[in-house]
Design a protein around this ligand. Structure first.
Ligand SMILES: [Cu+2]
Length: 235
């Protein structure tokens, strides 16, 4: 969910984003700690200078200080890199069985979604909804004619590629942002934990109509998803 004048992350719909928010909070706490220590050091030196005496004018170097200010940041970065990499790989492929396989192909300037359902395949294109078709709860310049429908609570593998230039599929509430690169296939895995419509945009400058390829993903309960599949496979 997004609210007016929101300055922070969207409410997480997937664990991917929930973990990202947690990690972001931890990194901010580390930053605050580092700033506190460094600025306290500066304040202490200024205090010594102000009350007289200060550092000795012969004080030019310290092997201990140099070792510490090299080692401590190294250790902090190492500690931060492990959860960061874990999160990166968590957002990419997981070693379990995928229940839904979705392939996202970017085009100038629309998205194409393909669902692999055993032997069958469902494929459709998703274009920006024209102004004259906006009605009901549809949002101007954010909604599309055919939304990408995904089931609630299932492990979904999303594959990304492009037909022309580099695009980027970004759904803030999912914590998913993957570049779609021609000739290459990227991947992400998500489990949507909330029903609703979630919006995103192409986030790679991809040409003159870059702003006109929004993304609308509709997360629906399982039975509605099955129903939607049957209807669309038949048509
Ligand atoms: Cu694009």
């Amino acid at each position: 969910m997004v609210w007016d004048k929101q300055m922070t992350f969207h409410d997480p719909v997937t664990d991917n984003l929930a973990y990202m928010i947690l990690y972001h909070g931890c990194v901010m706490a580390v930053c605050a700690g580092v700033l506190t220590v460094v600025f306290s050091g500066f304040a202490y030196i200024m205090y010594l200078g102000l009350v007289g005496g200060g550092f000795s004018s012969s004080y030019t170097s310290s092997d201990l200080a140099e070792t510490l200010w090299t080692l401590i940041p190294m250790i902090i970065l190492l500690v931060l890199c492990f959860p960061s990499l874990t999160l990166l790989y968590y957002g990419a492929l997981r070693c379990s069985e995928y229940e839904v396989n979705l392939k996202v192909t970017a085009h100038q300037w629309y998205w194409q979604y393909e669902y692999q359902l055993g032997a069958a395949e469902l494929s459709f294109e998703s274009y920006l909804l024209p102004v004259e078709d906006i009605k009901g709860g549809a949002l101007l310049y954010m909604d599309v004619d055919k939304r990408c429908v995904l089931p609630l609570g299932k492990l979904i593998r999303v594959l990304f590629t492009s037909e022309d230039v580099v695009h980027s599929w970004f759904i803030p509430s999912f914590g998913v942002k993957n570049d779609c690169i021609p000739g290459r296939v990227g991947s992400a895995s998500v489990v949507a934990k909330e029903v609703g419509v979630f919006y995103g945009f192409c986030t790679e400058l991809c040409g003159v109509l870059h702003s006109e390829m929004p993304i609308a993903v509709e997360v629906v309960p399982n039975f509605s998803y099955e129903e939607w599949l049957t209807t669309n496979l038949d048509s």
